[in-house]
Design a protein around this ligand. Structure first.
Ligand SMILES: [Ca+2]
Ligand SMILES: [Ca+2]
Length: 321
């Protein structure tokens, strides 16, 4: 590959799922490089790396986020870290394998041959180690051994079926193993089903799923307005009537929606009183639109994308509450 320093030996390559020209490589000497817009950028040093013993083995992009990558090492050093994560495109890395005093489920100090983020859910990460396959369901924070029937053997490579229906792992000395990931989703219900919030307030929604299979409980969340996190926490911004929708990751034909009414929040500084201080807040953003400097969504009392006399009139109706 052009653009890398002379003498660089590439040990492994990871490629982005989102950008066909974005690549990451791990090389000799504990060095790694990420290519963005055809320029290579070196990264490191890694926390807890043990000098010249470091032997990087694998690097993988999160399929949904090019800024998040995982990287493994096969250094024969029981005191060194062997797994790291970055969430800022390699500028900084944090260890994702616990430490010698406090385990996070992954045996500390063992070689990690491969790391891979699940195609369907970024919270699910696989690590192929000298002692079998490990899986995290919380984006690398904690790990547990994975794969019923898989012998206690070094896992060197992993393939995940595009539809999530099976995993195959290649081992050192015991051949290739396949793990079927059969599932059936019977129902999905979002709760609470109906909520009324004031603008600026948040509500946590949950999805209860019945059926069978790995990852059954994972859902995608979206909303028709406001903001929602990947864990189903909705924040009302502008007043209006919205839906919060959960869709099963395993079976996208299963989904359910909750109905959310967002009402105006006249207490603009959220101090428990609707008084002249709130009117001063409204005046500061008067005449602005979303995207303008100074626009404050709470001041848009009727949610029409403009802070004007209509909002002042609505606000006056709530004065003294
Ligand atoms: Ca107030
Ligand atoms: Ca308005």
């Amino acid at each position: 590959m052009t653009g890398l320093p002379g003498g660089t030996e590439i040990r492994n390559v990871g490629s982005s799922f989102l950008n066909s020209s974005a690549l990451a490589v791990v090389c000799n000497g504990g060095m790694g490089y990420i290519r963005e817009a055809s320029v290579w950028r070196a990264f490191g040093p890694l926390p807890g790396q043990a000098g010249s013993l470091i032997s990087l083995s694998s690097i993988a992009f999160d399929p949904r986020d090019d800024r998040t990558l995982f990287m493994g090492s096969v250094a024969l050093d029981p005191d060194a870290h062997h797994l790291w994560k970055t969430q800022n495109g390699g500028l900084t890395w944090t260890a994702a394998d616990g430490n010698s005093a406090a385990s996070n489920g992954l045996p500390f100090g063992i070689p990690v041959h491969l790391v891979q983020v699940d195609r369907l859910d970024s919270r699910v990460v696989f690590a192929g180690t000298d002692f079998g396959l490990y899986r995290s369901v919380d984006a690398g924070a904690t790990w547990s051994r994975y794969g019923e029937g898989l012998p206690w053997v070094a896992v060197r490579d992993l393939f995940e079926a595009e539809d999530g229906s099976f995993l195959r792992v290649a081992t050192y000395g015991r051949g290739v193993w396949e793990l079927p990931l059969a599932f059936s989703v019977q129902s999905l219900r979002v709760s609470p089903a109906t909520v009324t919030l004031k603008a600026g307030q948040s509500q946590a929604f949950s999805a209860s799923v019945t059926g069978s299979g790995e990852l059954l409980s994972f859902s995608n969340w979206r909303s028709t307005g406001g903001r929602i996190t990947s864990r189903g926490i909705f924040t009302g911004t502008l007043p209006g009537q919205f839906s919060v929708i959960a869709t099963s990751l395993l079976d996208p034909s299963r989904s359910d929606a909750a109905s959310v009414t967002v009402t105006a929040q006249p207490d603009l500084n959220v101090d428990g009183r609707v008084d002249v201080l709130d009117l001063a807040e409204l005046a500061k953003s008067f005449g602005t639109h979303p995207g303008n400097a100074g626009y404050v969504y709470l001041s848009d009392q009727n949610g029409d994308g403009e802070i004007d006399d209509l909002d002042v009139g609505l606000w006056l109706g709530a004065f003294g509450n």
